[in-house]
Design a protein around this ligand. Sequence first.
Ligand code: SF4
Length: 398
Amino acid sequence: MDTQAFKRSLHHSDRYNRRGFGSPAKRAEALEQAYQSSLIGSIRDNGYEMSHGRLKVKLAEAFGFCWGVERAVAMAYETRRHYPTERIWITNEIIHNPSVNDHLRRMNVRFISAEGGVKDFSGVNDGDVVILPAFGATVQEMQLLHERGCHIIDTTCPWVSKVWHTVEKHKKHTFTSIIHGKVKHEETLATSSFAGTYLVVLDLEEAQYVSDYILGKGNREAFVERFSKACSPGFDPDKDLQRLGVANQTTMLKSETEEIGRLFERTMLAKYGPKDLPDHFLAFNTICDATEERQDAMFSLVDEPLDLLVVIGGFNSSNTTHLQEIAISRGIRSFHIDTPERMGDGNTITHKPLGEDLVTEENFLPDGEVVVGITSGASTPDRVVEHVIQKLIAISEM
Ligand code: SF4
C-alpha cells in the first residue's frame, strides 16, 4: 500500500480530525482539574523533596504525564463533549494508565476488544466516532475505519508520527528499517505498518546477533526462525540487510537505541567501507524528548542515597518498565506498581518485578529513617503519585 498517499487522502477527509476541538488553554484547565496535584506542586517547589516524620521522599526531576499524553487525554475528553450522544470507540487504551482508561469508560467510551492479539471491529458502524490513541494505530486499522464511514479523532503523538515519517523515508530509498522496539507493542505494530521492509530488534543483544549475521557469522535457518514474527513478510536476511536505516519505539531506553545505531553504523562501515557507507546506512534521531528527560532524571535519582524506589505506571507501559530497569541496574530495591491501591493493608505492597508476575511483599517499608525515591511513567497523572505518597506517609506513621 502507498501509505503516504493514503495518509494524504485521510488528512483531507472531513471525517478526520487530529487537532481536537478545544483551545489549548481550556484543554490545560480541564486536565488540571482532573489530574494535577497541589502536593506534587509543593514538592517540586521544594527541590523535589519532602520530609514527614521518619519518611523522606525524593522525586525524580522529570516524571509523569508528558506533553503527548496530556494532549491525547484532553482530546479524548473533548471528543466526548463534542459528540455527546454518538457511540465513541477507542482502538486501544488511550495511554497505558488504568485510572485514565477507567475514567474514559465511565464517560461511555468503548474499547475495541482484542482476542489473541486480533482486534474485533465488528461492532463499529458507519457514523461512529473512533479515537486513535497516543501511540497511534496501524495503517490497516485507519483504512478500515475510514472505509466504514467512521469519524476518526487521531491523538497520535507527533513524536510517534515522526518515526512513521522516518520509516517511510527508509522505504522510499529502499532501505530496510531496523526498528528498536517491542514487537507486540501497539506503537511498534503501527510503525511497522508504515515501513516497507523491516526487522524489529528488542535490545542490543538481538542487534548484535543481526550485526554478526551481516558480517557472515550467522546461520540462515536460525536467523529466520528467531525473527519469524519480527519482520516484514518475505524478509530475506541475505538480501534485506544490505541497506539499513534505524528507527525506534519512542519509549525505549535512549542509551540502548543510540548504542544500536552506532553498532549498525560500525557494522556497515566494516562491510562496505567509509566511501560507500551513505549507501548502506541511514540514521535519524527518533528518540522522544519526554522519554529522554525522564530517563535522565531517573539516572540522577538513582545516584542519590535511597533505601528503596517506587516506580509508578501501567504494567504494559514501555517507558515505565525502562525506568524500572534503570533502578535494577543500580541494585536499588525497587517496586513497580500501577495504582496506589497496590499499597496497604498494613505495611504491604503488591508489585511487579521486571518480567515476572505480581508478588506481594510484607514490611516493605523498613523501620527507622527511610528515604524513598519516586518516579512515574509518561502516562501517570500527578494525582496518582500524590496518592502513593499519602499511602507511604500513612504506613510510616503506623
Ligand atoms: S512518551 Fe514521547 S512519544 Fe510517547 S506520548 Fe509522550 S511525548 Fe509522545
